[in-house]
Design a binder for this molecule. Structure first.
Ligand code: NHO
Length: 366
């Protein structure tokens, strides 16, 4: 037929992956000019695919996964399977897997495009970052990762537009973590409503239940999630940041819990350490301020940092709501009145939106 056919492979069907599947089913209806053929879907335990590439029902994919007895292919085997598909392929990586991220240069070099909310590939060594974009440029495959920062907020596309149109970004600062935004907005509200704020540990468990945290919530609480996002934005702004551990990052994990075996054990033991956060909160309150967890990059001095700061109650960073993120971009053109992007920065649907938006871009380019 004359219909444009594109194969879709999905790795990861958790909180974000499930929302993405819903949005993909909807996109297939709204974009009949493209036949979106799901040819592979996998979690870490189960997979569904057909050797002849015949379509897997998108709306039935979760049920098929649940019923499947197929196990996931190894990464090299997935790459071979996808590279031999009879039309262009877009791989959607909805995992936080390092192994999948490490394979991006290989995947792209075989002509397979990638859209993903996974931060790992873009926050490895600076060489890995360069390899990803060089592989894509050489093969013509596309790679987009809008949801790796600020979920569905148009951050990466905005930074690219600023840079591509010749502006110079001098400074970016903001609240980069939906989880930490939610935690401090509820634990240390700028305008207390009278209802007592919950204990720190209870708020952390709630953030996990709401789907804001990384698969292991320690990745949020140790500052690494913010450090990763800052690394991505700084690299896009032109700095060759070596890694998210190459600048100061303040961890909010009690020393005693740094080496517990699992995220669940961390959540279980956290209530024993609630007094530590209470003390920090009280110290800020004494000065009439509230604590917020911020990241910043100063481009001319190449200074990146991530950690707690106290803000006046009237400061825009103090007045955020829910799990909102806020990012201020200071540039040559915008001067001292920064370009500000604000809104929900975590959660399944808004993160999947970033991925679906990227997929739409790729569909128009391949
Ligand atoms: P889940 O729910 O744990 O799902 C992971 C899925 O991947 C599971 O199906 C698992 O079986 C599968 N999987 C893992 N390893 C695999 C492997 N090697 N092979 C095959 N399958 C494998 O995780 P989420 O919440 O759905 O997250 C998925 C990805 O989205 C992660 O990379 C995460 O970093 C990214 N992401 C999530 C969010 C969010 O709100 N949940 C956001 C951005 C990106 O903007 C959001 C954000 O930054 C959240 C952040 N925690 C914050 O700001 O607070």
């Amino acid at each position: 037929s004359s219909q444009h056919r594109v194969f879709i492979a999905i790795i990861g069907a958790g909180g974000v992956g499930k929302c993405f599947l819903g949005q993909l089913a909807d996109l297939a209806v709204r974009r009949p000019a493209t036949r979106l053929s799901l040819c592979y879907i996998t979690t870490s335990k189960k997979a569904v695919y057909n050797k002849d590439y015949s379509d897997i029902s998108i709306t039935g994919a979760l049920d098929s996964l649940a019923a499947s007895t197929q196990t996931p292919l190894s990464i090299p085997a997935v790459v071979d399977y996808l590279a031999a598909a009879p039309a262009k392929v877009v791989l959607v990586d909805n995992t936080s897997s390092q192994d999948v991220a490490d394979a991006y240069p290989l995947i792209l070099s075989r002509g397979i495009s990638i859209v993903t909310p996974n931060k790992k590939a873009f926050t490895g060594s600076f060489k890995h970052w360069q390899d990803i974009f060089t592989s894509a440029a050489t093969s013509g495959a596309k790679v987009y990762h809008e949801a790796s920062c600020g979920a569905g907020l148009p951050l990466i596309s905005t930074v690219k537009d600023l840079v591509d149109t010749g502006d110079q970004i001098t400074r970016v600062e903001g609240i980069f973590s939906g989880t930490l935004s939610f935690l401090f907005n509820s634990f240390a509200p700028a305008n207390p409503t009278g209802a007592a704020a919950g204990k720190w540990s209870a708020e952390v468990s709630k953030a996990k239940e709401l789907g804001y945290t990384e698969p292991d919530p320690r990745d949020d609480l140790n500052g690494m999630d913010v450090a990763r996002k800052l690394t991505i934005l700084a690299r896009l702004a032109g700095l060759p940041v070596e890694s998210p551990t190459s600048f100061p990052v303040q961890s909010l994990i009690p020393k005693e819990l740094e080496s517990v075996a699992s995220g669940d054990e961390y959540l279980e033991k956290l209530p024993q350490f609630d007094s530590q956060m209470e003390e920090l909160k009280a110290a800020a309150e004494k000065e009439g301020k509230v604590l917020r967890y911020v990241g910043s990059v100063d481009v001319p001095t190449q200074t990146l940092k991530v950690g707690l700061e106290s803000f006046d109650r009237s400061h825009p960073f103090a007045a955020l709501k829910g799990s909102d993120n806020i990012f201020s971009f200071y540039t040559k053109r915008y001067g001292n009145n920064p370009l500000i992007i604000q809104g929900a920065g975590a959660g399944g649907e808004v993160t999947a939106m970033g991925v679906t938006g990227d997929l739409i871009k790729v569909l128009s380019q391949i």
